[in-house]
Design a protein around this ligand. Structure first.
Ligand code: PLP
Length: 393
């Protein structure tokens, strides 16, 4: 008599680990390393020093109202992808306004920054392409190159001579240099001029992802490469969910680049266009960024106050002049203890641990906003002083 089919089937897979066991093992390892992340509902009760709403535009009633107007006028959703019937007048207007502001020929909107980087890298790079990446680049840039089937070569953080060493050795048919503008976990800024020089010398293209610099850096908020054009930074990525306070992202460049990305970026082609309310809100946010420099001025004053007082307390500040002000605590458990103590005092900060940052470099990621008052910053510093007294080391 032949064995019943089910018995044979289960015998042939006897060596596989059951899925529940696999998940439990992964969880156990993460928890053991103090790296398990907990999601919390943000009821708006805590004083927020963790977010990226640097100019306070996410909560600006004028931006929220523009979202409402956009939804009433264009509908709750775009209804289709951009290349089908989802590209609405408000998307077109936003692309044009961003292009004009950034001094680029064209801009292409994406639904998120993560999707922008996946799409742009997959459209530009292939197996013949060497992608030169700063060691501390955002995960989406690393993932984008992997998706493209390109080889990523990592150069030392903000070290253009290490980059040039790698470029000189490269035999790749195409070379793309990729860097964050403002590094998201460290707050320091890429030397875009040095990167552009290296690109010119080695016939590479330069792609800057200025997710945290757009709206914040530069005289007009144009980011870390403000004043540089497509000749120096051919591929400029920015996100709208940070300083612009809404959501979505874009790539800016000349018409040939934007046409190419429109055709070849799968994360552009095969996804629904962002809801028109979001584009409408972003248009208003952009108008505020351009016409009210006082928000940037207040943000910069807050950064200066925080750094001065933190230095006085002897806190382990990093070398950052941007709204991202990490306190380098090193150890995962210690970082969690500080964050928990602050949480009890009603203050939210990011507890950033590996694998987001290298081993031994766990940190509190404190972010400042134009919305913070002097009193808010004093409360944060009080909370940090208490951590020093009670939970150190
Ligand atoms: C936040 C961030 C992104 C992702 O943008 P989203 O719009 O949040 O998906 C990409 N790159 C960098 C450097 C970022 O900090």
């Amino acid at each position: 008599m032949p064995e019943p089919v089910s018995a044979t089937a289960s015998e042939s897979v006897a060596n596989t680990t059951p899925w529940p066991e696999r998940l439990a093992t992964a969880r156990h390892e993460r928890e053991g390393a103090q790296r398990w992340r907990r999601r919390r509902v943000n009821h708006g009760a805590a004083l927020d020093f963790a977010g990226n709403d640097y100019l306070g535009l996410a909560l600006d009633p004028r931006v929220a109202e523009a979202a409402a107007v956009g939804a009433r006028r264009f509908g709750a959703g775009a209804g289709a992808s951009h290349l089908v019937s989802g590209h609405l007048a408000v998307h077109e207007a936003l692309e044009n306004a961003l292009a004009e502001w950034l001094g680029r020929e064209r801009v292409l909107l994406f639904s998120t920054g993560y999707m922008t980087n996946l799409g742009v890298l997959q459209a530009l790079a292939d197996g013949e392409t060497a992608v030169f990446q700063d060691r501390l680049n955002h995960a989406s840039l690393i993932d984008g190159a992997t998706l493209a089937g390109a080889r990523s070569r990592r150069f030392h953080h903000r070290d253009s001579s290490d980059l040039e060493r790698l470029l000189a050795r490269s035999r790749a048919a195409h070379r793309l240099i990729v860097s964050d503008g403002v590094f998201s976990m460290d707050g320091d800024v890429a030397d875009v001029h040095a990167l552009a020089n290296a690109a010119r010398r080695y016939q590479a293209w330069l792609m800057i992802d200025d997710a945290h610099g757009i709206g914040v850096l530069g005289e007009h908020g144009g980011g870390c490469s403000e004043g540089m054009g497509s000749a120096e930074v051919p591929v400029l990525v920015g996100t709208l969910g940070k300083a612009l306070g809404t959501g979505g992202a874009f790539v800016a460049g000349d018409a040939a680049l934007i046409d190419h990305v429109t055709q070849f970026a799968r994360s552009y082609v095969y996804t629904t266009a962002q809801p028109p309310a979001v584009a409408s809100a972003t248009l208003k946010a952009l108008e505020i960024v351009r016409s009210e420099p006082e928000h940037r001025a207040r943000l910069n004053a807050n950064i200066a106050t925080f750094r001065r007082e933190a230095q006085r307390l002897g806190l382990p500040l990093a070398d950052s002049t941007t709204p991202i002000q990490p306190l380098m605590l090193g150890d995962e458990a210690r970082t969690l203890r500080w964050a928990t103590s602050l949480e009890r005092a009603g203050i939210a900060v990011g507890a950033i641990r590996p694998p987001t940052v290298p081993l031994g470099q766990a940190r509190l990621r404190i972010t400042l906003s134009a919305r913070h008052t002097q009193h808010d910053i004093a409360r944060l510093l009080d909370g940090l002083a208490q951590c020093q007294r009670e939970v150190a080391p």
